[in-house]
Ligand binder design. Structure first.
Ligand code: ATP
Ligand code: MG
Length: 199
């Protein structure tokens, strides 16, 4: 089994996330992609984040009907902040025969060396870095040069057409009472309304 592990806050999940998962799956020939909503990610501890159960339910609704996607609540069940290395260690321990790939936006790549036990992360998984708008081939190469040489063969860039959608922008729109139609799956929009999330 080749699996993608896609960590994020998903506050809320949006079309950009879904296209990332689809393109990563296709490019690396993955059997499954697991969405892993973060408990309270270490770099967002100071901000307000929607309760984990809501973010989990929104992912569930967004991937409903797609057998190749699943959502894992492991990070949400931890009481302490989860570092990617902890999640990957847990996953590899519990699924020893799987071949995992960690999926992230290429914008996060330069930060990777600062991650908790980054070397261990690269030992446990390969990385799929999906490009965000403004990111080109030359930048991929430049990014790779800034990372330790031994990591390079473990990093796979996947091109994505510019979909400059971020949860931050969506929260701002929702705060202002603006529509997020087509940016967020319909079922998720209903859930947001029913539960009066954001704004
Ligand atoms: P926020 O604005 O709250 O940071 P976000 O839209 O960046 O939200 P996250 O949950 O932080 O969403 O993202 C999870 C992962 O998905 C990250 O690795 C991020 O880089 C990637 N990602 C999110 N949106 C896109 C997009 N439109 N294109 C490519 N990658 C994306
Ligand atoms: Mg982000």
């Amino acid at each position: 089994m080749r699996v993608g592990l896609f960590g994020g806050t998903f506050d809320p999940i949006h079309t950009g996330h879904l296209v990332v998962a689809m393109l990563a799956k296709e490019a690396l020939n993955l059997d499954k992609v697991y969405f892993i909503p973060a408990g309270v990610p270490p770099h967002k501890r100071d901000k307000r984040i929607t309760e984990g159960i809501h973010r989990y339910r929104m992912v569930q609704l967004a991937i409903q009907g797609y057998d190749e996607y699943e959502v894992l609540d492991w990070e949400l069940k931890q009481n302490q902040p989860s570092y990617t290395v902890d999640t990957l260690s847990w996953y590899c321990r519990t699924h020893p025969s799987h071949d995992p790939f960690f999926i992230m936006g290429a914008d996060m790549l330069l930060d990777l060396p600062n991650w908790q036990k980054a070397d261990r992360v690269i030992e446990l998984t390969d990385i799929i870095a999906v490009t965000r708008p403004g990111f080109n081939q030359a930048m991929s190469e430049q990014y790779l040069r800034l990372l330790p040489a031994s990591w390079r063969k473990h990093i796979h860039f996947v091109d994505m057409p510019g979909l400059e959608i971020s949860s931050t922008w969506l929260r701002e729109r929702l705060d202002q009472g603006l529509s997020v139609a087509h940016l967020v799956p319909d079922r998720v929009i209903c859930y947001i309304k029913e539960n009066r999330l954001y704004g």
